[in-house]
Write a protein that binds this ligand. Structure first.
Ligand code: SF4
Length: 65
């Protein structure tokens, strides 16, 4: 899987870090999410899916690759 973050949509709620802290970081200067892993292991798929679901800005998505 490939994780995609739309930085134009990100509103810095930081919900994603709570759901998947190994995958999502935060750039305090830019006030935007950062991707720590663009292609995370399948084992963290449930956490990434939760982050996608709970992002209030709907800025996150998963692409299958
Ligand atoms: S939860 Fe969504 S809006 Fe909040 S930091 Fe993560 S990507 Fe951005």
């Amino acid at each position: 899987m490939r994780v995609v973050a739309d930085l134009d949509l990100c509103q810095a709620h930081q919900m994603c870090q709570g759901e998947a802290p190994d995958v999502f970081g935060f750039d305090a200067g830019a006030d935007k999410v950062t991707l720590l892993q663009e292609h995370p292991d399948e084992s963290v798929r449930p956490q990434v899916q939760a982050a996608v679901r709970y992002c209030p800005a709907m800025a996150l998505s998963i692409e299958e690759s």
